[in-house]
Design a protein around this ligand. Structure first.
Ligand code: COA
Length: 383
């Protein structure tokens, strides 16, 4: 590390590159994709359209969107090697571990990277976006001991995913809510998994291998794995009456409450607001939902307690409400983080393609804190 180097643990506050794909405005709780607010896109767009927008940089014309959607539909089937990994993985393996292996296997027949062939790279990205959804649904069904369901080319990305998960065409309401959840999770500037994808792709590694690395990063409980942990927390609390005390105990014992906190947001995550609204509309129709009730109390108690401390910048993030909504769609909590990947893969690919236009390998400096001048000690002289 030279004298002019900046040291920042976890790279906090370090600007590593420029991007025009998305921006997290942490102080005001705003998220934009190429300038458009996430709320506007959630209201008016679809996952397919947002993926096009993210990859190409402009909103598609009708014919561009039709062609893009058609290409996504024709790329849904998995190759034999991917199916074989899914069928042979132990049932006890976490789906993110299987997904990482499946996506890496898509690199078996992927050619070398040609940075100049942007259109070819976008086609590879579309294949990955399409196939990843099939992989996630297939991994889930295999774990549940159910026959895999082939994708249907007449359904949208969201509808087809839910169809492959459950074997039934979902209701219009469920597919729209799921579509919105995919839009909300599509991108989030330089989060840990996107940064991982960029680091690996900056070596000019294949797209599928870079995405496989991002899946590894997303699997951790401090990142995408938090949505699964939120429901584990709700289940372990058990009853709404116990939630308030549980939060107070967690804060006293410095246990992190999953689904709260963010490196960049210093107020409510805008995605959490949209998700909560959708969740509440399902709960209203249903009348009551125990998981929602527990989370609502955890949420309110956290905000009340934190507002009395210097940690009043800790607010719920995207993972706090998403799991409860997926549970109402009869999705197992172990599948929540893979579903995050179904959406985020569009962002990962967009970042790689953007970065490859002016690529430079990532290679930060380290602050060496070890000894400067040590000598080798022969084995017999070591104490
Ligand atoms: C997201 C996260 C990793 C951000 O990390 P960060 O910016 O490095 O913040 P830190 O972990 O350094 O937290 C700063 C302080 O707030 C506390 N804190 C942060 N998140 C907290 C949470 N969810 N519950 C309780 N306390 C929390 C930390 O314990 C720390 O306290 P200390 O200074 O007394 O040690 C962190 O908030 C977290 O682990 N959240 C839970 C997991 C989660 O929901 N992840 C999904 C993110 S989208």
């Amino acid at each position: 590390m030279s004298d002019s180097s900046v040291f920042s643990k976890g790279l906090a506050g370090i600007v590593a590159d420029a991007t025009s794909i998305s921006q997290v405005q942490g102080e005001v709780g705003r998220l934009i994709y190429r300038g458009i607010s996430i709320e506007e896109l959630a209201n008016q767009s679809t996952f397919e359209e947002c993926s096009f927008f993210s990859l190409y940089g402009h909103l598609p014309s009708k014919s561009e969107l039709n062609q893009f959607t058609l290409e996504m539909k024709t790329q849904r089937n998995l190759p034999k090697q991917a199916l074989s990994i899914i069928e042979n993985a132990p049932r006890t393996a976490h789906p993110m571990a299987i997904l990482q292996a499946v996506v890496a296997s898509l690199g078996f027949d992927e050619g070398c990277v040609n940075l100049k062939n942007e259109q070819g790279n976008i086609h590879k990205a579309i294949q990955l976006i399409s196939k990843l959804a099939t992989a996630v649904a297939s991994i889930s069904r295999e774990r549940r001991g159910l026959a895999l369901i082939a994708p249907r080319p007449d359904l949208s990305h969201a509808e087809n995913f839910l169809y492959m998960m459950h074997g039934q065409i979902p209701s219009k309401e469920d597919s729209r809510m799921f579509d919105i959840a995919l839009i909300l999770h599509l991108d989030h500037d330089f989060n840990a998994s996107t940064f991982s994808a960029r680091v690996v792709a900056s070596t000019e590694a294949k797209l599928s291998l870079s995405i496989s690395a991002a899946i590894g990063a997303l699997s951790g409980p401090l990142h995408g794995g938090a949505n699964e942990k939120v429901l584990e927390m709700a289940d372990s609390i058990g009853e709404p009456e116990k939630a308030e005390q549980w939060v107070r105990n967690a804060l006293t014992s410095k246990t992190k409450v999953m689904g709260f906190g963010h490196r960049v947001y210093r107020t409510m995550d805008p995605r959490a607001k949209v998700l909560r609204g959708m969740l509440e509309s399902i709960v209203e129709q249903k009348g009551h939902d125990k998981t929602y009730e527990i989370l609502r109390i955890v949420h309110d108690t956290m905000i009340e307690e934190l507002s009395k401390t210097s940690k009043d910048y800790i607010w719920p993030n995207v993972d706090f409400w998403s799991g409860a909504m997926y549970r109402l769609m009869k999705i197992d909590s172990i599948d929540f983080t893979p579903i995050f990947a179904v959406a985020r893969v569009s962002g990962w690919c967009s970042h790689i393609i953007e970065m490859w236009r002016d690529n430079k390998i990532y290679r930060p400096a380290a602050q060496y804190v070890g000894p400067e001048d040590a000598s080798y000690i022969p084995m017999e002289k070591r104490s």
